[in-house]
Write a protein that binds this ligand. Structure first.
Ligand code: MV4
Length: 447
């Protein structure tokens, strides 16, 4: 097992990783920007190293400064968290060159899975259900037109090296196709440095359901259930729940088996998430995420597992400590991402927290790095806390979440708490009658 882990991240996920490491008796090194000098993750770590100024490019994304911190700290492993360099194969190679273990998949796997259209093709060739679409990326307009005709409109253009919905274009008829293709290519090149575009059948009203997997270096692969992430705003997940309230048991079982099979086909190692769309009847693979995700606590609270400890154990060469037969859902769980933003307009609301009271009680978990007097920086994302609750069923979880949102006091900044109160009391949410368009197209009435 590792002696010292450097956490190449900040905020609540850095605190989360430090907690897991401490429970394993592993020393921790926090890295921080000048903006984060007084942050919680710095206080909780055994050691801390300043890696640069506030802008992420000059600190949390600065490969050289991180490399220096890795060397100076004499750590033997690095956990990247999510975001920043967590899916950057160059960072994995830097860790390998410095003789420290990157807690995640290896660089070669990351590179092999970076092109979403290639991943889809590999899985389709191995019998995994994927959204019907092009065979890999599309390089010329004739293939584009032919593929769209074959698939049938509406189609969705996607950036093969993209993420978070950037470079996506819905095309409803032939006349829009070429211009949409060219503008998607331009946006993909500008955002990701790669203009490869692939095409899929557009699924109009999907649920967005992802499966958590764990795979060790000894060929063991398990799933840790699914998470329903359908409630999103402009590709930002707002609320996640598990088990998905729209899956029949038989479908759920097939989804889990499909995800573990896909993981084996791809030779994936460590913690990963496979994203699917569900159209009410069938599910289709869309992409794989090669990092621990923001919403991992949802799975931890349904099944009583510690995914970060599992990641660390896998990276240290241990066999998975959890048997698939032990993965039995015990609760219904809902997570709300509490952001420092205006609850109507959603623009960020940085500033200092003047007063803070965190909810508690049975079945309540809060993952946060803020405390009273914390300053919410405009330099980083606006998520200040994850409020995760479990209940014996969905209704108990929903009522418990509402009780916690009522109890939650954050004064000095605006937060999205009022937004969640409205969502959780809406008929559409209560009756599971919504899809990925609900927030953008209906609830907020804005595209
Ligand atoms: C889709 C889709 C419908 N049809 N693909 C891709 C990025 C991932 N995070 C969500 N993505 C989607 N892919 C096909 N063929 C719907 C989504 C999607 C979504 C799309 C637009 C706006 C918000 C969305 C929220 C969840 C899923």
């Amino acid at each position: 097992m590792f002696k010292k882990i450097l956490i190449a991240n900040r905020g609540e996920i850095a605190v989360r990783i430090i907690r897991a490491a401490k429970e394993l008796g592993i020393k921790t090194v926090a890295v921080y920007s000048t903006e984060d000098k007084e942050s919680m993750h710095v206080k909780l770590a055994d050691e801390s190293i300043c890696i640069g100024s506030a802008e992420a490019q000059k600190s949390y994304l600065h490969l050289f400064n991180l490399a220096q911190a890795i060397v100076n700290s004499k750590c033997d492993a690095v956990h990247p968290g999510y975001g920043f360099l967590s899916e950057n194969p160059t960072f994995v190679r830097v860790c390998n060159d410095l003789g420290v273990k990157f807690i995640g998949p290896d660089a070669e796997t990351m590179e092999r899975l970076a092109d979403k259209s290639v991943v889809k093709q590999i899985l389709a060739d191995n019998g995994i259900p994927t959204v019907p679409g092009s065979k890999g990326s599309i390089n010329d307009e004739n293939t584009l037109i032919e593929t769209a005709e074959r698939i049938g409109y509406p189609v969705l253009l996607k950036a093969a090296w993209g993420g978070g919905g950037k470079g996506m274009r819905v095309v409803r008829d032939r006349d829009e196709l070429i211009s949409a293709y060219n503008s998607a290519k331009m946006e993909a090149r500008a955002s990701f440095g790669r203009e490869d575009i692939y095409l899929e059948k557009f699924i109009e009203h999907p649920r967005h359901i992802e499966v958590q997997v764990l795979a060790d270096e000894h060929g063991n692969v398990i799933h840790v259930g699914e998470r329903d992430c359908t409630l999103q705003r402009r590709h930002q997940k707002l609320l996640e729940e598990a088990p998905s309230p729209v899956l029949k048991e038989e479908t759920r079982k097939r989804l889990h088996e499909t995800a573990t099979e896909a993981c084996r086909v791809l030779g994936y190692k460590n913690a990963g998430t496979l994203e699917f769309l569900f159209d009410g009847e069938n599910f289709y693979f869309i992409e794989i995420n090669t990092r621990i995700q923001v919403e991992h606590p949802v799975s931890e609270m349904v099944y009583g597992v510690d995914l970060i400890k599992e990641q660390i154990a896998i990276a240290s060469g241990e066999e998975l400590s959890i048997m698939q037969s032990a993965i039995v859902p015990k609760f219904h769980v809902i997570e709300c991402r509490i952001n420092a933003e205006d609850p109507e307009k959603f623009y960020p609301s940085p500033g200092r927290i003047k007063n803070l009271y965190l909810p508690g009680g049975p079945g309540v978990r809060i993952d946060t790095a803020v405390s009273c007097n914390s300053v919410i920086s405009p330099y980083y994302d606006s998520m200040i806390a994850k409020l995760i609750v479990r209940g014996s069923d969905r209704e108990e979880a929903r009522k418990r979440m509402l009780r916690c949102l009522d109890e939650f006091v954050i004064e000095g900044i605006k937060t999205s708490i009022p937004f969640f109160k409205k969502i959780l009391t809406s008929d559409r949410f209560i009756n599971n009658n919504y899809d990925t368009n609900f927030i953008d197209k209906e609830f907020l009435g804005k595209p």
